[in-house]
Every structure is written in structure tokens, then in C-alpha cells.
Design a protein around this ligand. Sequence first.
Ligand code: FAD
Ligand code: NAG
Ligand code: NAG
Ligand code: NAG
Ligand code: NAG
Ligand code: NAG
Length: 592
Amino acid sequence: MLSLYILPFLLSFLFSTPIEAQDKAPLATWNGRQYRCKCYKTDACWPATASWNELNTTVNGNLFKVVPPGATCYNTFDGKSTYNQQQCQAANSGWSREDWHAEQQITNMWTFWTNHTCNPTTNRNNAQQCTLGHLPEFVIMAKTAAHIKAGVDFARSNNLRLLIRNTGHDFMGRSTGYGSLAINTHSFKDVKFVSTYTGPGDQEWKGGAVTVGAGIQGRELYKLANQQSPKVVVVGGECPTVGFAGGYIQGGGHGPMASFYGMAADHVLSFDVVLANGTLTTASSTTNPDLFWALKGGGPSTFAAIVSLTVKTFPEVPSAGVTLSIRSTGDLFWKGVTVFHNLANLYVENGMFVYYELSSNSLNVQPFVGPNMTKTRIETVLKPLFDGLKAAGVQYTTSTREFPTFFDLYTAMFQDESAGFSGLVGGRLFTKEDIRTRGDDIVKGYKTAVGAGGAGGGFTAIIGHIVGPGYALPKVDNAIHPSWRNASSFSITMVSVDGAASLSAKATAQNRLTNVVDKALRDASPSGAAYVNEGDLEEPNWQQAYWGSNYPRLLELKKKWDPEGVFYARTTPGTEDWESIEWGSRLCKKVS
Ligand SMILES: Cc1cc2nc3c(=O)[nH]c(=O)nc-3n(C[C@H](O)[C@H](O)[C@H](O)COP(=O)(O)OP(=O)(O)OC[C@H]3O[C@@H](n4cnc5c(N)ncnc54)[C@H](O)[C@@H]3O)c2cc1C
Ligand SMILES: *[C@@H]1O[C@H](CO)[C@@H](O)[C@H](O)[C@H]1NC(C)=O
Ligand SMILES: *[C@@H]1O[C@H](CO)[C@@H](O)[C@H](O)[C@H]1NC(C)=O
Ligand SMILES: *[C@@H]1O[C@H](CO)[C@@H](O)[C@H](O)[C@H]1NC(C)=O
Ligand SMILES: *[C@@H]1O[C@H](CO)[C@@H](O)[C@H](O)[C@H]1NC(C)=O
Ligand SMILES: *[C@@H]1O[C@H](CO)[C@@H](O)[C@H](O)[C@H]1NC(C)=O
């Protein structure tokens, strides 16, 4: 009986003792270095069940212990039986669909970074156990800004790794993280259009604007823009399910209208955010202007958690589109690729965007986007391309269509992508100068890149974008790498590798991406750059590659707005000393 009385006394004594920083940030040694780590489940500083329950109350019961959706295909997860035939079937068929992933509490469309420890299977009795791998421990399915604040506060005060998860699109695994607390922003779907902007910040903008919640996705927003009277355009991504107001815009955001109107981040009028210290505030050109600058291209999950934002809207325009597929093989195939890509400057100097997929024996361009163009006009602009292909004797197929609006073109001519693919991603931005002076070398770089193959018999592919935001906006003061203004082509590179491959096979694939595939493109583009949303996590000198001359200011702003490192995404400003030690698990900061 006595102990029951003593216990509260002991507890109060414990809590009145100042907790030393080291008790809250466990020490670790890894590869001969010393680190201070975030708190994990096996650490004494991990919050007690009562604290989690309290957090759950604060977020109105929207806190969940993460159970991977693949668990329904295994007999057990975490000691509980989980098999459910129907849900397992749904997980298996949803795995390759982007819209399915976007609806999940936690999964990553590019599965490599989850560590492949609970992928859906059709063999429930296979030897592998379903474990969390690199998925978070808990997720808040946030419904209000107060829920986001509660998550940020809880992670900060308990020294937990915090993760923000919107759609799970991140090619570089930055919406998953071992042992973390995640905040899922998918349900923030509010959208409000105005025809004349009168909100905070830029008082000179008299055009239209739209305020959107953090969870809105590409096509949803485009559909609503198309329902306005008059119809308007929002500059967003090419992919229908990418989040508009999460990682996309914080990285800069290119897309089909980016040559004609500029990058998505060029058009933000204001952000509503939760700061690392838990304060809900606005960032615009007049309130917290330095934070406003940094949020426009300075990196995802770096300076604040976005709750909502307002961007400019633009007039709809009639548009024309062209498809092109090269039929020739061998040397003639590469001749065709060269003719096509060497004209990148011509395309963007006419306000065009081009999406294409390139492998070692196929170039599929779908489509060339000609904003404010008729069928006749786009065919005139592209005449040098078709003349060049004919002169070289390259075989191809092509088609041209015209539409009353860009939205109609977008709906008819862009194809949905699939998900559930495991691979490593890199990429390179080419400037007009590089295209003009080294165009042939860039295509030779492509050839080396796609010829490199994947790891363990896989493949390498290129997803190309002809995009030149400098056509619309030659000068913009935001955090996006200044080279974007001189750019006319941006390519994603992809090396396939099984997420369950051995550590050495994974290292081989990473080495191939960085030192063969991307190296070939870097070498051919001395004035080029890289893109933080679609780049290599091992990009050499990533600070320069992703932000160029903007980096020093971004580093200062990270120290100002998030001095303790509450927010984290790999290769973003101020993360130099942070590392996921133990093969991508515990997140720790170097102390020596
Ligand atoms: C199929 C496909 C097509 C793509 N097309 C384009 C394209 O056309 N143009 C382009 O520029 N990019 C494109 N991308 C890349 C895309 O911009 C990035 O993957 C981006 O990070 C996705 O953001 P998200 O919020 O949807 O995804 P998530 O994976 O959920 O989040 C990505 C990152 O943003 C952070 N984040 C998310 N929400 C918030 C928030 N509210 N506050 C703070 N941080 C947040 C996350 O923590 C994470 O670091 C494409 C990607 C894919 C997979
Ligand atoms: C949070 O509360 C809800 C509603 O009571 C409950 O369903 C959920 O399991 C709780 N989460 C945790 C982690 O206990
Ligand atoms: C990740 O996968 C590797 C092997 O595939 C395994 O050894 C390691 O334990 C896994 N880590 C986690 C945290 O699941
Ligand atoms: C959080 O930071 C902002 C900006 O520096 C400051 O205005 C605010 O007072 C801080 N809030 C708390 C609770 O510390
Ligand atoms: C589209 O082109 C017409 C001329 O053909 C021009 O008057 C109009 O301003 C252009 N629209 C935009 C949005 O640039
Ligand atoms: C863009 O190109 C022009 C001319 O080639 C050059 O003067 C300018 O410095 C370049 N700008 C950037 C940001 O690279």
C-alpha cells in the first residue's frame, strides 16, 4: 500500500529534476563518429503510452499506430493477427495505383525507401514477417491546423523524428522515415477562388487567385479551375495526383504551363504555416518576407509545415498538342533523339512544354504542349523538328490535335503514371547555353545513361521535360535555383533496384546512378543544375546543385526558423550534419 503513496512523490521528484539534453537525445556511435539521435521506441526518452493518449485527445482521436496496408496479406503484424483476404486483394491491386497510395495513411509510391518489409503478397505463409521497416510508428490524420500544431509540438518537445506526409509521391523517400511521428495532410481539401485578389502581401496583383488546403492534388484543382467563369489556369504539375501545396511547391514545381506562365512557386501570394516552435502564422511579401522567400523553392519540409496557400490564377488559353514516337532503331534512333532534343530552346522560346520518356530503344513524346496555339501554329513552330527528322531519314509517327482550353488538352493528352515501382532517382537541368553549345554531348550522355542498365538486370530510364520558365518570367526573386530561368530541359533519371536487395546491391545501384548515369549528364552540362524534388540524394555538392547562389541565405533562414531541426528532409538546407545511421534507420546529428 505504502508504495502507492510513495510513487507520486518519486515521480514528482523525477520530473522536477531538469532533464539533461543528452537524456532526450541518445548518444550513438556509427562508423567511428559520435551522434546525438532523435528518440526511438527502445529509448527511455520515448513518450509513455499516457503521453500518446494525451496527444490523441488533443487531435480529437486522429492519432493512429501505423499498420502497413500490406499487413492484411500476412498472418500477423506486431504480434496481432492481421490476415484479411479482401483487404489484401485491395492492397495488391492498389499497390501500382497512385490514387490508392494517396489515400493511405502511410505508404510511399516509390517503394524503395520503405525497406520493403511489408509489401503486399499473395503468399500469406511466406517466410518473411511483416514489419514496419522505414515506415513511421504513429500518424496523425490531421483535420485542422491545430492538429498539425499538436504534432509539431509533440515531436519537438519529445525530440521525435517528425514527418509530413501528403500524397507519398516523393521520389526520394522523404515522406517516409523510420521510427517517426507522421502528420498526414491529405484531408486539407478546401479550395476558394477569387477573381480579384485583395489578400495579404502583393498589392499589385489585381488578377485572380485561389486559396487551397495542403492536401489538394493536381487534377482536382485543375477541374475546379475549369469550372470557374471565366475558366482559369493554375500552374501545377504534370501528374494528376501530385500534391499541389506540399512538397511540389516547396521544391519549385514545374509543369505543362511552366514555360508559358512560370514555375508554380513563382506565383504564391501567401502561405499559412505552422512554425517549428508551434506558432500558426502567415508568410507573404509583407509578413515574414524572408520565410516567404524560402518557402518558394527552398525545399520540402524544411522551414515550416504548410496548412494552406494562395496562388495567382491565369487566363485559360486555346491549346494545341503533338505526339511523336521514333520508329527507327540503332544509330538512326539516336540521330532522331538528337534532332528532337537539340531544338529544346526553340520549343521553350515559343512558350511550350514537352513531356517524354526515353529508354535505350524508345522515345515517346507525349505531348508537346502549345499554349495559346492552334494546330497550324504548333505545326509551324515544330517544322524544324520534322524537317530535321526527314532530312536524317529517321522514321517516326506523330499526331496533332487542338483544344479550346489547356485543360482539355491536359485531360486528353497526358497519361496517368503508375506506382509501386522500386528504384533510385536522379536528374539534371540543362540550360539554354548547354543545349546550344553541347547539345550533341547531352544526347551522348543520355545514351550512356540509359545504356547503364539497372542493378541485378534492371533498367535505367529517363523521364524528360522540355521546360523554360524564363520565357514567361526572366527574373523572379525566390529560392528556386537561378539556373531555372535559363533552363530549357530537365530530365529525371531512374535506376531500378529491388527494395529488398542486399545492402551491397543497393550500394551498386546508388553508385551507378551517381557515378555513371548522372555523371554522364553532369559532364555534358557545366552550366546546369539539379532539382530537389527529382534529384539524387547523393548528388555531389548538393547545396550548389539544388540552389546555387541562393544556398547561403537558405542556410541562414533554416537556422532562424528551425534552429533545433524539428523538420527534416534529406538534402535540404541545414541538414549537413544529420544522417540516418544504421542503414537508413535512426536519424541522428553528428557531434564529432
Ligand atoms: C509521378 C510523379 C510525377 C511528378 N510530376 C512532377 C511535375 O510535373 N513537376 C514537379 O515539379 N514535380 C513532379 N513530381 C515530383 C513532386 O514534386 C515531388 O515528388 C513532391 O515532393 C511531391 O509532393 P507531395 O506533397 O505530393 O508528396 P509527399 O511525398 O507526401 O511529400 C513530399 C515532401 O514534401 C513534404 N511535405 C508534404 N506536405 C507538406 C506540408 N504541408 N508542409 C511541409 N512539407 C510538406 C514531405 O515531408 C516530403 O518531404 C512528380 C512526382 C511523381 C512521383
Ligand atoms: C486514438 O483515438 C481513437 C478514437 O478513440 C482510436 O480509434 C485510436 O485507436 C486512438 N489511437 C491510439 C494510438 O491509441
Ligand atoms: C531493412 O532491410 C534489411 C534487409 O533487407 C534488414 O537487414 C534491416 O533489418 C531492415 N531494417 C528495418 C528497420 O526494417
Ligand atoms: C515562434 O517564433 C516566432 C517567430 O520567431 C515568434 O514570433 C513567436 O513568438 C515564437 N513562439 C513561441 C511560442 O516561442
Ligand atoms: C494569346 O494570343 C493572342 C494572339 O493570338 C494574344 O492576343 C493573347 O494575349 C494571348 N494570350 C495570352 C494569355 O498570352
Ligand atoms: C542566363 O544566361 C545569360 C546569358 O547567357 C547570362 O548572362 C546570365 O547570367 C544567366 N543567368 C543565370 C541565372 O544563370
